[in-house]
Design a protein around this ligand. Structure first.
Ligand code: GTQ
Length: 349
């Protein structure tokens, strides 16, 4: 009967690994615990950006380069645990984009999906698929994958800053990135403002159920006034969720599902004095403060936030929110992708 062989010495093992290394081979047993951890184990760290502190850099970028030359004049919010990788979580990118009066950010398209959450200023527009939408603080705007888009700010207006959320690392993971420039600086306007909202965002839909942007919502602008009104009405009726206050997801009216196939976007209201029950989920989440001030405890770090600030909660670290004033928080994460793949988990308390 064959007997179990005696294990090699550590030195013999190391020599063995070195020999196989030349043939692009490596032993699983040296890395198994890191590859298949008992629970999420991420280089992503909690992060916080105070808008008043970083605003001077954003405005200085307006002196450093034009929107035209930069193509997109954006300061990237890099996760403190993943500096140099242009990401705020493992799967998502976040930046703050500035467009000054009289500027144009030229038209292009790419397979990455983008969302915008307007942080400061009004009057700039973004154009998607021949329709322009004017931006106001708190608006949530979508650029579906592979749609032509350009941004502009008419002369005589004010600087406009918005948060860009893109699924850049997801497309990179799959090596499925494509991009191209439009032959002109701006795409022609073929529909008047509000057309897509009239067609899809009025509890009505065309009779032929054509989804113009595939799995992405055909409403590309969700104005803040409407979101805010809904939250205020909800807060008059019933109790807040112990973990989330009153939290809603932006939806695709054609599917009833999330507005974007890779990114979930949310808006929530926390009443003054609300202290949430700790909550964790596998979707690392980026928050932008639309209104109010409070504290976010993420793992064992606590950040005091105010209007226009950004913070990020990594996967599976408990998040607890304290609202010193009534707060409205916008947030986005890769929850859509995780749920589509059956990966998403959450834990309350
Ligand atoms: O507006 O198209 O922040 O392509 C990064 C990449 C914005 C955009 C970003 C982009 C855009």
């Amino acid at each position: 009967m064959a007997s179990v062989p005696k294990p090699s010495s550590e030195a013999a093992r190391q020599a063995f690994y070195q020999r196989m290394d030349r043939d692009n081979l490596a032993p699983l047993w040296e890395v198994l615990h890191a590859l298949v951890p008992p629970q999420p184990h991420s280089p992503c760290k909690p992060g916080y950006w105070n808008y008043q502190a970083i605003r001077p850099y954003i405005m200085e970028s307006g002196l450093a380069i034009t929107a035209r030359e930069a193509v997109r004049r954006v300061l990237i919010l890099e996760n403190p645990g993943m500096r140099g990788q242009s990401c705020i979580t493992r799967s998502l990118y976040c930046g703050l984009q500035l467009i000054l009066p009289g500027e144009i950010a030229p038209s292009h398209r790419h397979t990455q999906s983008a969302l915008r959450f307007i942080v400061e200023g009004s009057g700039a527009y973004t154009a998607v698929n021949g329709e322009r939408t004017v931006m106001h603080p708190g608006d949530f705007i979508i650029t579906p994958a592979w749609t032509w888009h350009d941004h502009g700010n008419p002369e005589g207006g004010e600087p406009v800053v918005w948060m860009d959320g893109l699924d850049i690392p997801i497309l990179a993971l799959f090596d499925a990135q494509f991009a191209e420039n439009y032959p002109e600086e701006t795409q022609p306007v073929t529909a008047c403002e509000g057309t897509s909202r009239a067609r899809y965002g009025s509890n009505l839909a065309p009779l032929d159920p054509v989804a113009p942007f595939g799995k992405t919502s055909p409403i590309f602008s969700y104005p803040y006034g409407r979101s805010r009104e809904a939250l205020a009405a909800l807060a008059k009726n019933g109790d807040p969720d112990p973990c989330h206050g009153w939290k809603m997801q932006f939806t695709n009216p054609l599917s009833g599902g999330p507005a974007m196939p890779t990114i979930g976007a949310f808006i929530q209201l926390l009443p003054q004095g609300f202290r949430s029950m700790p909550y964790r989920s596998t979707d690392a989440t980026i928050y932008s403060v639309a209104e109010g001030a409070g504290n976010a405890r993420i793992g064992d770090e606590t950040f005091s936030f105010g209007p226009k600030d950004t913070f990020v909660a990594p996967s599976w670290l408990p998040l607890q929110l304290d609202a010193m004033e009534e707060c409205v928080l916008f947030s986005y994460s890769d929850r859509s992708a995780q749920q589509a793949l059956g990966l998403w988990r959450e834990r309350r308390g």
